[in-house]
Design a protein around this ligand. Structure first.
Ligand SMILES: Nc1ncnc2c1ncn2[C@@H]1O[C@H](COP(=O)(O)OP(=O)(O)O)[C@@H](O)[C@H]1O
Ligand SMILES: [Mg+2]
Length: 398
């Protein structure tokens, strides 16, 4: 194997590597190295075994592209294998020797059904249905060499105790291993991120159980129920407005809303951690968007707002009233553009704080709320306050 340098792996890689089970469920908290470890293991096999077909699937293609597909391509580059691969970008197929790897979504089921697979990885497996899983399982090829059994890898955050992954796979499938991981298995995390995550323990026991401890939970008291996922991005609307939440250790979240009556189409444009303000402005510039559209940004960062203003953007400090803002947004009908996968992920876990006794508070948990603030509440509520209610108005600088 053309191993360019020694590669660091975690316990999760080792657990998966040594298992001879048919189904390996990797369930765990946030950033517990599930995806990275499965990607590493598949690359190891892809570049050392023979005549194997690898299938990497996610529910939707946009989500797959920026997660598992990107991760595997980056690692093939890092490990020095990429120059030896044949990469068909149109088909999303990578070949190495006599092995091939297809990246697709369950929507293109015919592509999956036309081949028999040796290794399948279902990323964010709980986005699929049990039927999807059964179809994939039927497409596993006959075993080749006994010491290289076919395997299915599933990875997910265990945010729903009623998920088929738990009730139909872990609890029912005879040849299955349940590999639990948490952020403590990841020695590569920054202290800043660990702090953000550990704050959850006091903030919200439900989220902590799932994202901190990797245990099956149920997320109750979700804030938004008034949304769906759409593939259309409207070209006619009453007005457009944008919002921005500044981050560094947390992601910066920038997006656009298009509003028609009480219906809102929402789309994320940037969602990325560790961007300085200069980099964030460069990224925004590279979107080539109309700079005159109003942007409402986190008012706690006046210096960063000022820099955007100097760069030509029509930017204002947002009205950050949480309760009024949420009350307003909850009365609208939100359509989330299907490629906005970070916003969708946040929406599914965005909830009111609860304590161990089950008491529900009137404020959201401050975790994974960057698109919720930056792309949803700041722009929609601030625009409403500035244009639609009498008085108020907007102030460029506070
Ligand atoms: N073996 C590794 N070597 C270097 N960095 C790693 C490794 N495993 C994980 N990481 C880092 O930790 C982050 C989180 O890992 P990831 O696999 O995405 O977590 P999960 O899928 O469990 O949420 C990755 O983005 C990467 O930066
Ligand atoms: Mg992952």
């Amino acid at each position: 194997m053309k191993r360019v340098r020694e590669v660091g792996v975690t316990r999760i890689f080792e657990e998966n590597e040594k298992s001879d089970k048919f189904i390996l469920v990797n369930r765990g908290g946030a950033r517990s190295t599930k995806s990275y470890s499965i990607a590493q293991l598949l690359i190891q096999r892809f570049t050392s075994q023979h005549n194997k077909a690898f299938l990497i699937v996610r529910k939707t293609m946009p989500a797959l592209r920026i997660t598992a597909y990107k991760l595997i391509l980056d690692l093939l580059q890092d490990y020095g294998f990429y120059p030896y691969c044949h990469h068909n970008k149109t088909e999303c197929v990578i070949k190495y020797g006599d092995n091939f790897m297809l990246f697709t979504s369950i929507e293109y089921i015919s592509r999956i059904k036309s081949t028999e697979w040796n290794y399948v990885w279902q990323e964010e497996a709980d986005e699929f249905t049990n039927e999807d899983f059964q179809i994939l399982k039927m497409r596993m090829s006959a075993p080749t060499v006994p010491e290289e059994p076919n395997q299915m890898f599933l990875s997910l955050n265990p945010s729903d105790s009623y998920s088929w992954v738990k009730t139909k796979v872990i609890e029912k499938e005879p040849d299955c291993q349940d590999i639990l991981s948490t952020y403590k298995d990841n020695p590569y995390l920054s202290k800043a991120y660990i702090k953000i995550l550990e704050r959850l323990e006091e903030q919200d026991p439900q989220l902590w159980r799932v994202y901190g401890e990797g245990e099956w939970g149920v997320l109750e008291n979700l804030i938004f129920h008034n949304w769906d996922v759409v593939r259309e991005w409207p070209e006619t609307y009453d007005y457009a407005v944008r919002g921005l939440d500044f981050g560094f250790n947390n992601p910066s979240a920038f997006g656009e809303a298009r509003v028609r009556d009480r219906e809102v189409w929402l789309r994320e444009l940037i969602y990325e951690s560790e961007l300085t303000n200069t980099q964030l402005i460069e990224k925004t510039n590279s979107l080539n968007i109309d700079k005159s559209v109003e942007i409402y940004a986190d008012s706690a960062e006046p210096a960063r707002i000022e820099e955007f203003y100097q760069a030509g953007y029509n930017i204002f400090p947002a009205d950050k009233s949480i309760k009024d803002g949420l009350d307003y947004v909850k009365r609208l009908k939100l359509h989330i553009y299907h490629e906005s996968i970070n916003m969708l992920k946040e929406l599914r876990g965005y909830k009111y704080k609860t304590d161990r006794a089950g008491h529900v508070f009137d404020e959201p948990v401050k975790y994974n709320d960057h698109a919720m603030d930056g792309i949803i509440r700041y722009p929609l509520y601030s625009y409403f306050k500035a244009h639609e209610v009498g008085g108020g108005g907007k102030v460029r600088f506070v």
